[in-house]
Design a protein around this ligand. Structure first.
Ligand code: NAP
Length: 292
């Protein structure tokens, strides 16, 4: 399957590298052209002139861009080049409604669409072990399976278009809770005077161990918040969760609390940092670990 990739950010670039390793990558495109030129040179693939040119060259088109409006804008831009039967696979995290809008646009010109958001962080993207939550027709998924297997370690068909994004929304609520719990626990451990490196190491092997603590714990206690997963992107995801919950009458207090905390951090200029920067609200500059 000749595959193209649009959106070569923290997630997209390593995913494109894995497609190249699997012998599937034909072309790339990125809004900031220098990123596409650099990656195309590294992987010996074509830089498409624009999204339509990329679509015209490929049997499968993967996207991994930031937010809902960016996905719809990119789909509009690729439509003129899309050939019937081409599968568009959206790996961005957006709402189920956006997935359904995107699918309608693609199907109107004879293409197929899958919403296929991912989880596993930049580490999972590099290793090709992402969890991929897929919405769409089963036969479209089978057609696209080689592409998904090049980036994912676990591929799950969740239902019709939109079901992948709904599953990802559940994942993002959990990420908020885990981030809150890890920050509270680390600040508590600090107040108890413990060696936090040792705490993280031993706890990670037990029942409270989790991906976030293991991967981000050691850097966040050093005050290093390189993304990773940008706080502003998780804020965007939690706004999607809030909307979805509102529609279904579900209660999401963790989402509300985390949105308020992220809003404060973004106002202080920390939106481009990793979500582990939430710890800033627990560690005061003077070393006092009471929540400020
Ligand atoms: P990122 O590093 O900020 O990259 C975003 C990419 O989207 C860049 O290539 C950017 O182009 C492109 N883009 C944004 N708006 C665009 C537009 N209007 N038209 C065309 N291209 C546009 O973000 P990321 O961390 O890779 O995240 C990408 C998506 O994956 C998001 O939906 C995020 O929620 C999701 N996700 C992220 C993680 C993670 O751990 N980072 C994990 C799972 C899912 P430029 O280079 O021109 O800015």
């Amino acid at each position: 399957m000749r595959t193209g990739f649009i959106g070569l950010g923290a997630m997209g670039a390593p995913m494109a590298r894995n497609l190249a390793r699997a012998g599937l990558l034909t072309a790339v495109w990125n809004r900031t052209p220098a990123k596409a030129a650099e990656l195309a040179k590294e992987l010996d693939v074509t830089v498409a002139a624009d999204p339509a040119d990329l679509a015209h060259r490929c049997d499968a088109v993967c996207l991994c861009v930031s937010a809902d409006a960016d996905v719809l804008e990119t789909i509009d831009a690729l439509l003129p080049g899309l050939r019937p039967g081409t599968v568009v696979i959206d790996h961005s995290t957006v709402s189920s409604e956006t997935a359904r809008l995107a699918a309608a646009k693609i199907r109107a010109v004879g293409g197929d669409f899958l919403d296929a958001p991912v989880s596993g962080g930049v580490e999972g993207a590099r290793a090709g072990t992402l969890a991929v939550m897929v919405g769409g027709e089963a036969n479209t998924l089978e057609k696209a399976r080689p592409v998904l297997e090049a980036v994912g370690g676990r591929i799950a068909h969740m239902g019709d278009v939109g079901a992948g994004q709904a599953t990802k929304a559940v994942n993002q609520v959990l990420c908020a809770g885990i981030n809150q719990a890890v920050c509270e626990a680390l600040a508590f451990g600090r107040a108890l005077g413990l060696n936090l490196d040792k705490v993280i190491d031993v706890i990670s092997k037990g029942a409270a161990g989790n991906w976030f603590l293991e991967k981000r714990g050691p850097t966040m206690i050093q005050g290093s918040f390189e993304p990773g997963f940008k706080l502003s992107l998780h804020h965007k995801d939690l706004q999607i969760c809030r909307e979805m919950a509102r529609h279904r009458g579900a209660e999401v207090p963790l989402v509300e609390k985390t949105l308020a905390d992220y809003r404060r951090l973004m106002a202080e200029g920390h939106g481009e940092e990793d979500i582990s920067a939430l710890l800033r609200l627990w560690y005061q500059p003077d070393g006092n670990c009471q929540k400020n």
